[in-house]
Design a binder for this molecule. Sequence first.
Ligand SMILES: [Ca+2]
Ligand SMILES: [Ca+2]
Length: 256
Amino acid sequence: MEDIGWKVDYSAIPPDPYLIKDDSRKADVERHFGISKKTVNPIGLWMFESRESAGSPIIGYPLRYSPPAGKSGGITGLFMKKEIQVPVGGWLYCVPGLKASGKNGKESNRYTLVFDVRLPKENTFYCLYNTSPYSNNDGECFINPDGFLGSGNNGYGSVKIEAKRWYRLGIVVDADKKSRRYYIDGAFSHEVKDVDMDGRYSIYNAKAAAPILCFFGDENGEDGAIDARSIALYGIPLDDLQMRKLGNSGNFVFGL
Ligand SMILES: [Ca+2]
Ligand SMILES: [Ca+2]
């Protein structure tokens, strides 16, 4: 290397998001995640349990991190102990690689998202995902300051999500049935029938101009710092039995 005349403290430089290592479990998804040719499988699966591979996909495309305004750094810089913490104003994003789905739908209108998350504190908004490619409008799924999961008017459940413990939270969207259904640790929570085809809840598909899906980001700060251990995305609406099989955050079998 060229002698530039002063010493560089490389440890002070934020980790490069493009140097994320593969999760070693990726090499044998059948053994580690119960994923095989015979099972119904996620199209995207991301784990955040180690610093080196946080954001590296088990299945699908890599996750990237967009830091809050004025900050820098990659996804590995969010690593805590066995999880990442995504700050207010920061969010993750990926190319989900979904196909168009739903009757005459141009976007992806039928899918399931599953999050293993922990809320550091009560009485604040948390956002799980945003279908806007730049998280620049209202998020699509929240835990509100009362601790309830959902979004929109009359769109929240009545089971309180407590702070400081891990939950597996799921949302199943099926625009063919106008439906969004919510699950907490595999148990059905509630359903709202207001989903429009190619509307708020649809995800831009692989052929869209900006085929990007965002996690944990909201346009006006309703995205309190949240701890996350994994995200799974299925390209179909899972049913109650499949959601029950996915269970809670202690279960690593994602092939159904
Ligand atoms: Ca908002
Ligand atoms: Ca949105």
